[in-house]
Design a protein. Structure first.
Length: 300
């Protein structure tokens, strides 16, 4: 650490999730200290808990990567989804505005209905199909209205070596079945949690250093699009190449795999704005998936 650089603390919520774990594992400047309290210590729906956290030390920024992400369960647990995804961000917006610091909020492709052809840009009208997407959209609005120094990073199809996600599910199922039936009519951008963390890091450090840094809504996903079936084939081919489990993938339609919550048929997000404003250039999703399967294979 340079003598002229004073230690700066950043509050990270959702530190036990895929993105949160990658934020904590990322290489930050020596003068940056991350604080990621457990959910038991920081209940985002509790104003007193937030007040205690903010009174414990001075923060330079907050990254809110915590969320209620049980998409189907949210249809029956509306209050819980809105508490985590809308009320929590609103309270953080108030606290960060009062402290005069930036708030960076992680959001989702589920704010869109998936009806359009091609990529969604940040200015497209948001029309969520279910409770999860609606609660995340409410959180976006609360953040942008509550703190003028805020940024929302929408992402999609998050995968990593951590927690439960599509890649790990496919690898597990491949040890149990010879054929996997996977939806082939939903299109999106598989995205590495590690790459999301790097994008968040770039935005956060810039917003700390520059009060005029770009703010508002940004999209970040890995480059290129595929379907869930296409992603499954890529994952299982890579696994087989590593000597791991594999299986045949059979295409099915969304109608053949009914879920409680509707999913957008098209989740593709345009990333030109974050490339232009922050110089974040996404790598191809295939490269990101290769890295994750390689990491998982090395653990076995």
């Amino acid at each position: 650490m340079l003598e002229t650089e004073q230690p700066l603390s950043i509050l990270v919520t959702g530190g036990a999730g895929q993105v949160g774990l990658e934020l904590l594992a990322a290489k930050w400047p020596d003068h940056i200290i991350l604080h990621a309290p457990a959910r038991s210590e920081l209940d985002l729906s509790n104003p007193s808990a937030i007040e205690r956290i903010f009174s414990s030390r001075a923060y330079a920024a907050v990254i809110n990567s915590g969320a209620y992400t049980a998409v189907d369960q949210a249809e029956n647990e509306v209050a819980a989804a809105y508490s985590a995804n809308a009320l929590g961000p609103a309270l953080l917006a108030d606290a960060t505005r009062a402290a005069g610091i930036p708030l960076i909020q992680v959001s989702t492709d589920y704010v869109f209905d998936g009806a359009r052809v091609g990529e969604y840009n940040e200015d497209e009208a948001a029309q969520p199909l279910g409770v999860y997407g609606a609660s995340k959209l409410a959180g976006e609005m609360a953040v942008l209205r509550g703190n003028p120094r805020s940024a929302v990073l929408r992402t999609a199809w998050v995968v990593s070596q951590h927690r439960t996600n599509f890649i790990k599910t496919m690898l597990r199922l491949a040890t149990e079945r010879h054929t996997l039936r996977v939806v082939n009519d939903q299109h999106g951008n598989p995205t590495s949690a590690r790459d999301i963390a790097e994008a968040l890091k770039r935005i956060t450090l810039r917003m700390i250093e520059d009060e005029a840094a770009p703010r508002g809504i940004f999209h970040f996903v890995n480059a290129g699009a595929t379907t869930w079936a296409g992603l499954a084939r890529e994952v299982l081919a890579l696994s087989e190449a590593h000597g791991g489990p594999t299986a045949k993938v059979e295409n099915i339609t969304t109608a053949e795999f009914p879920t409680l919550a509707s999913r957008p048929a098209n989740s593709q997000l345009a990333t030109q704005r974050i490339q232009r404003e922050y110089g974040v250039v996404p790598r191809p999703w295939q490269s990101a998936v290769y890295e994750i399967v390689d990491q998982l294979s090395a653990k076995e």
